[in-house]
Design a protein around this ligand. Structure first.
Ligand code: PXP
Length: 241
């Protein structure tokens, strides 16, 4: 069964709305782990709109499963990653005005720079994934530059319906198959929720999902432990299809 890394960014979004100390993503992460999360993901954005540096450093000491740090390929973030040493870094493109990560990395165009960035992290013993739109060219580009793996952007799948959604699902499937064939870790995420996870979870080539917004949103009603358990149940159900 695919693993589930729970993204706790939006616990910090609520905290930052009042610049307060609660709710604490560190507590949420511990509860998510108790409920069966296989990993914890946080995105330290350049503008620090939700997760703060303190969160990343504390989580490094408290997370018992695996800490995945999402970050842009900048010198500032490289320094943080090399100091914190998360279990994994997922490199994402970042624009200041976006509400959330809007598209995958252009690995082909920025190949040389990304290659150097990836090798710095790998030399420090950190596993690296690149966040890409699901396309064979992007998968091959990740492999070429020596990334340990990739995360397939499921946002377009999540936002479409009908035939367009079927086409997106096929793109995710084909990319996942190619990624596994090239021997890479194959993750997926963005926009996945309780209503759309089943067909993606049915793709056996996907090793892990990174899911945040829907889980934290549901946690407001049912608590984070139940929200995580429900998502784990659906991932298992999807895999059985
Ligand atoms: N994966 C990546 C690379 C992301 O940037 C995000 C959003 O921070 C997610 C997964 C989680 O997306 P969502 O919050 O929509 O579940």
């Amino acid at each position: 069964m695919a693993k589930l890394s729970v993204n706790v960014d939006h616990v910090a979004t609520v905290r930052q709305a009042r610049l307060a100390s609660e709710p604490d993503p560190v507590v949420a992460a511990a509860k998510a782990e108790l409920a069966g999360a296989d990993g914890i993901t946080v995105h330290l954005r350049e503008d620090r709109r939700h997760i703060q540096d303190r969160d990343v450093y504390v989580l490094r000491r408290t997370v018992k499963t695996a800490l995945n740090l999402e970050m842009a390929a900048t010198k500032e973030m490289l320094d943080v990653a090399l100091e914190v040493k998360p279990d994994m870094v997922t490199i994402v493109p970042e624009k200041r005005q976006e509400l959330t990560t809007e598209g995958g990395l252009d690995v082909k165009t920025h190949g040389e720079a990304l290659k150097k960035f990836v090798s710095h992290l790998k030399d420090a013993g950190i596993s690296v994934n690149l966040f890409i739109d699901p396309s064979p060219d992007a998968v091959k580009a990740c492999h070429r530059i020596g990334s340990d793996g990739l995360e397939l952007h499921t946002g377009a799948f999540a936002e479409t319906k009908g035939t367009a959604r079927e086409n997106e699902l096929k793109r995710i499937y084909d990319s996942a198959v190619l990624s596994k064939r090239l021997g890479m870790k194959t993750h997926a995420g963005h926009g996945l929720d309780y209503n759309n996870i089943l067909p993606v979870a049915a793709i056996g080539e996907i090793d892990e999902f990174a899911i945040g917004y829907s889980i934290i949103g549901r946690a407001v009603y049912v608590g984070i432990e139940e929200a995580v358990r429900e998502m784990k149940r659906l991932i298992k159900e999807g895999r059985g299809r």
